[in-house]
Write a protein that binds this ligand. Structure first.
Ligand code: MN
Ligand code: MN
Length: 477
């Protein structure tokens, strides 16, 4: 009798001890009340709208500025002096956007920043792209970022970008988004004749030089000219944009999926769309800073270019544009000197807001279950990135992870922590270490994605909303 009682007691104690000590995964869905669900749904709608408008880094900056202006942000060039509560933005060559809400404390005390990137894998046009072959007009492309080339065939494509004409005038090009506009396409081989192709490794089945875009097929009406189809295309381009073939050389034209972002799943749990790496973090970070009021420390949001090709160049995070922006803010506050700027950098904290690989049960073999991020379980924190023995990545300190964790847990931000796949399976980097290089405490924190870098990437709308909450909480600190 006595012995049985003891066992029951032990069992109860064990259960309560387990509850107390053991970490248990939960989904956001279990925690959301009606009010928050409504907020999440409204937020997702706006996000889908952003994805459809901001298909390139330039368009993301344009749309970002529009949203920021509505929230009271003004170009930094319009300020002679900055004071607490001022809202400013700086567009770096129309490809990177910096935004700040000036805090109560001097910038020298450090800032709280969230940095995402707005470039996504795509097909860029080569400098001499247009050619005619066997009665078809085609465009040569050079892919940008890490793509699985076969995914870019047989889908409707749109073209966006700028062309600088001979006279120096810049024109914006956008074709393929509207219902009444044509789209473009990279063709693929029919299965009936693909025996040889099917035997190739996946990465060789479609080569870079085979990513040619079908651009036209009607000849120009004149028997005397050669390459009639190409001429007809140039004639259309000339009438619409006033451009000539040579103008392609001073252009940046990007080929992206033409389809719209959509809800995915019968219950609409997910968002599917192009460019969610990393516009999901870019949009949530942007909205977070736009919705901010007064803050103690200055809050900064960075929407960067060139992450997908290594953050190089004067619009990438390896450049000193961020430092310049900070110096500019300090100068307008009358706080600038070289040492103060360096102090500011080394006392600042940043969430490197980039997507993480979501756990996909179909491809479970590359993931380690206990250290993966799951769709619908919250914003993903990655203490470190890199490959092999943690090479080439940023590693946030336990102290900083602790600070971020405390912020999230005290403010009902659902979060999870993981690594990008199994050890030695591959790896990746973000903008984190470029900022860490300048002295900031940086940690990766973003949304889990399925089919990352594919033309149609998948995220959970619960995670999107949670990222917005996480970035808001962090920048408000
Ligand atoms: Mn990314
Ligand atoms: Mn990426």
């Amino acid at each position: 009798m006595a012995a049985k009682k003891e066992t029951e007691k032990e069992k109860t104690t064990g259960e309560s001890r387990a509850k107390e000590l053991m970490y248990k995964r939960t989904t956001i869905w279990e925690k959301l009340d009606k009010k928050e669900t409504k907020k999440m749904d409204d937020f997702t709608k706006d996000y889908i709208d952003f994805l459809n408008k901001a298909k390139t880094e330039r368009l993301a900056v344009e749309e970002g500025i529009r949203i920021a202006k509505e929230a009271g942000f003004r170009p930094i060039s319009t300020y002679k002096k900055l004071k607490e509560g001022d809202r400013v933005y700086f567009s770096n060559r129309e490809k990177t956007l910096f935004l700040a809400v000036i805090g109560k404390e001097p910038i020298e005390n450090g800032i709280y920043a969230v940095g995402a990137h707005i470039d996504s894998p795509r097909l860029d046009l080569k400098p001499n792209p247009l050619y005619e072959a066997d009665g078809m007009a085609l465009l040569k492309t050079h892919y940008y970022g890490g793509i699985k080339k076969y995914q870019w065939t047989t889908i409707p494509l749109a073209i966006h970008g700028v062309v600088v004409r001979k006279d120096g005038n810049k024109l914006n090009v956008s074709i393929g988004e509207e219902e009444d506009e044509p789209v473009f396409c990279v063709t693929d081989l029919l299965p009936h004749l693909a025996r040889e192709q099917a035997n190739k490794p996946l990465r060789e089945a479609i080569t870079g030089e085979e990513l040619n875009v079908l651009f036209g097929g009607i000849p120009y009406e004149d028997d005397k000219v050669k390459e009639k189809v190409k001429l007809n295309i140039l004639d259309i381009l000339n009438k619409k944009y006033g451009m000539t073939e040579r103008d392609f050389t001073s252009a940046e034209l990007e080929i992206v999926p033409a389809f719209k972002a959509r809800y995915v799943g019968l219950d609409s749990a997910y968002v599917g769309g192009y460019g969610q790496d990393d516009r999901v973090c870019a949009y949530t970070a942007l909205r977070a800073i736009c919705d901010m009021g007064l803050c103690t420390k200055t809050a900064v949001c960075v929407l960067a270019d060139k992450e997908e090709v290594g953050s190089m160049g004067n619009t990438g995070m390896e450049s000193r544009a961020f430092e310049f922006f900070l110096a500019d803010l300090m100068n307008l506050k009358g706080e600038y000197d070289e040492l103060a700027l360096k102090k500011a950098l080394s006392r600042s904290k940043m969430l490197s807001a980039d997507v993480d690989a979501g756990y996909d049960p179909t491809y479970a073999s590359v993931m380690e279950k206990n250290n993966s991020c799951y769709l619908g379980e919250g914003v993903c924190v990655a203490k470190y990135s890199g490959h092999g023995g943690k090479s080439g990545g940023n590693d946030a300190s336990a102290e900083f992870v602790g600070e971020v964790r405390k912020m999230f847990e005290e403010n009902d931000v659902a979060w999870q922590i993981g690594e990008l796949g199994k050890v030695d399976q591959g790896g990746g980097g973000t903008i984190a270490y470029y900022l860490a290089d300048q002295g900031l405490d940086v940690i990766d924190c973003g949304v889990a994605v399925l089919s990352m870098h594919a033309p149609f990437e998948i995220t959970s709308k619960a995670d999107i909303y949670m990222a917005y909450k996480a970035y808001s909480v962090f920048m408000r600190h």
